[in-house]
Ligand binder design. Structure first.
Ligand SMILES: [Fe+2]
Ligand SMILES: [Fe+2]
Length: 450
C-alpha cells in the first residue's frame, strides 16, 4: 500500500516513513506542504492513506482534508498535529475520523495507522529473520549504529556491511550515495531499538533548533555555565536550571558550528585556575567538538551531546582547587590532602553528573554514558568503575582525550599539541583512543577545517 506523509518537518517525515516501511511494509511517499501533496495525490490514484500535519506553509492540513473529502471521500485521512481539530476553522463542519497527537509515541502512531488503514502492523519479534528497509539519511542521524546493517543482494540474500556501534558519518552516507545506494537493511527485531534512538535524536535536535538564540558570543558561554553551577548548588537541578543549561548549551553549539576548527579553539584557550570547574567545562565543549570534527563526527547531534556533557560533567563539584589538583596530578595523594570524605564525594561525581542528565527532559542518548565514563582510562586505571578502553563508547573516548587536552592549558608549561601527543602516545594506543590520537596527529600536519 502507498501512504502519503505530508509534513513540513523532514525529520518527522523520515520517522513516519521508517515506521510505515518497517512495520507495515508500505511504500512511503512524502510531501512538505498541502499544495505539493495535491500533486502526489493526483499522480498516485492507488494511494491507501494520507497522514498529514496541520500547520504547514503553502497549504495546511485543513485545506488538504477539505479537498480530499470533496474529491476522494474514501481515502483515509490521519491528522497528526499539535493542534486540536476543534481549534481549526477547516474542521468546524467535519472532524477527521483519525487523529494522533504530536508529539506521538511509536505505539500511538502504530495504533492510529492500523485503525486508519486497517492493515495489521508486523510484530518485529514474530518474524525474527525478516529484514526491513532503512534509509541511509536516517542512519546518519543516529550517529552510531544501534544494530548491524545489511546490503540487500537479492530477496533472500543480505550481506552485513556495518556493525552495531559503528559510527555512521556524513562521509558514509555520501559513499553509499555515490554507489546509488540510499537504502540499507536491518533485522526487523532491531527496528524498535533503532526507532527509539532515532526519535530521541530528532526530538533533541528539534528542541535545540527551536530554542536557538540570536547571535551568540563565545564569551557568554563561561558566564552562563557559572550561573548554571551557581544555581544548581543553591536550588538543585530544577526544571528551570535545566532549561537554562539547554539554552547555554545551544549558545555554545552555535558558536562551535560557526567555526569548529580544533586548532583555533586551542589557540583561544586561556586557563582560569581560580574558576577551574566552570572555565575548563566551557573550554571542553569547544575542544571536544573540535576533536570530534577531526574524526568526521561533526553532526549537530554529536556536538549537542558533547557540549551538554561538558556543561554538566563536573556540576556536583564545588572546590576548584581540589578538582584542578585531582585532574592534573591524579588521585594518588587525594585522601592525604583533602580527606576520605572528600575522596568519596569526588569519586562519585561522574555518577552524580549522569543523574543530573537523566533528570532532563529530551536528553539526547549517550550523554549519561559519557558522564559516567569521563574519568575512566583506556588501561582501566580510572574511576569509578575502572572500565578499560573496550567498554568505552566512541564519544566517551573523544570526551576523555579532549578533557586531557584542555587540562594541558592548566599545567605548568603552556599547551602544546605536539608535546601532548608525544606524552600520550602510549596511553592512547588502543581502541577508539588510538584513532583519536592518530586524527590529532594528522591535524598537526594539515589542520582540518569544517
Ligand atoms: Fe572535568
Ligand atoms: Fe570530572
Amino acid at each position: 500500500m502507498k501512504i502519503l506523509i505530508v509534513d513540513d518537518e523532514p525529520e518527522l517525515r523520515e520517522i513516519v516513513a521508517f515506521i510505515l516501511e518497517s512495520r507495515f511494509g508500505a511504500e512511503a511517499l512524502e510531501a512538505p506542504s498541502g499544495r505539493l501533496a495535491l500533486e502526489v495525490i493526483q499522480a498516485n490514484p492507488d494511494l491507501g492513506c494520507v497522514i498529514s500535519d496541520y500547520n504547514m506553509p503553502d497549504g495546511n492540513g485543513g485545506e488538504l482534508f477539505r479537498y480530499l473529502r470533496k474529491n476522494h471521500p474514501d481515502l483515509p485521512f490521519l491528522l497528526c498535529s499539535t493542534f486540536q481539530p476543534k481549534d481549526c476553522p477547516e474542521f468546524q463542519d467535519e472532524v477527521p475520523a483519525f487523529t494522533v497527537p504530536k508529539p506521538f509515541t511509536t505505539s500511538q502512531l502504530l495504533q492510529a495507522i492500523q485503525t486508519a488503514t486497517r492493515i495489521e502492523a508486523v510484530d518485529p519479534n514474530a518474524k525474527p529473520a525478516t529484514f526491513c528497509r532503512v534509509r541511509t539519511s536516517a542512519l546518519q542521524k543516529t550517529n552510531f549504529l544501534t544494530c548491524d546493517v545489511y546490503l540487500k543482494l537479492s530477496d533472500s540474500k543480505y550481506v552485513k556491511v556495518m556493525h552495531a556501534g559503528d559510527p555512521f558519518t556524513e562521509a558514509d552516507g555520501e559513499r553509499y550515495h555515490l554507489k546509488k545506494i540510499d537504502v540499507l537493511y536491518m533485522r526487523l527485531r532491531d527496528c524498535d531499538t533503532f526507532l527509539d534512538r532515532f526519535s530521541k535524536e530528532i526530538l533533541s535536535l528539534s528542541h535545540a533548533k527551536q530554542s536557538l538564540p540570536g547571535p551568540a558570543a563565545m564569551v557568554v558561554t563561561q558566564s552562563s555555565i557559572e550561573v548554571v553551577h551557581e544555581l544548581t548548588h543553591h536550588l538543585g537541578f530544577t526544571p528551570q536550571v535545566q532549561e537554562l543549561t539547554k539554552a547555554s548549551v545551544e549558545l555554545s553549539i552555535r558558536c562551535i558550528s560557526e567555526d569548529a576548527t580544533l586548532s583555533r579553539f586551542l589557540e583561544r584557550l586561556t586557563a582560569h585556575p581560580d574558576s577551574y570547574i566552570t572555565s575548563h567545562s566551557s573550554a571542553l565543549a569547544y575542544v571536544s567538538c573540535g576533536v570530534a570534527s577531526l574524526m568526521s563526527w561533526n553532526s549537530e547531534a554529536t556536538r549537542h551531546k558533547l557540549a551538554l556533557a561538558s556543561f554538566i560533567h563536573d556540576l556536583s563539584l564545588e572546590n576548584d582547587k581540589m578538582a584542578l589538583d585531582a585532574d592534573l596530578h591524579g588521585m594518588g595523594r587525594f585522601v592525604e590532602i583533602y580527606g576520605a570524605e572528600a575522596f568519596e564525594t569526588f569519586v562519585k561525581h561522574p555518577e552524580e553528573a549522569a543523574k543530573y542528565a537523566q533528570q532532563m527532559r529530551e536528553m539526547p542518548p549517550d550523554v549519561d554514558i559519557i558522564l559516567t565514563q569521563h574519568h575512566e582510562q583506556p588501561d582501566g586505571t580510572g574511576f569509578p568503575y575502572r572500565q578499560n578502553y573496550r567498554r568505552m563508547s566512541p564519544l566517551s573516548s573523544v570526551f576523555i582525550v579532549a578533557h586531557d587536552l584542555v587540562n594541558c592549558s592548566y599545567g605548568e608549561t603552556p599547551l602544546d599539541l605536539k608535546t601532548f601527543l608525544e606524552r600520550t602516545e602510549r596511553r592512547y594506543s588502543v581502541g577508539h583512543f588510538k584513532k583519536i590520537h592518530a586524527a590529532l596527529k594528522a591535524s598537526l600536519m594539515a589542520p582540518v577545517s569544517v
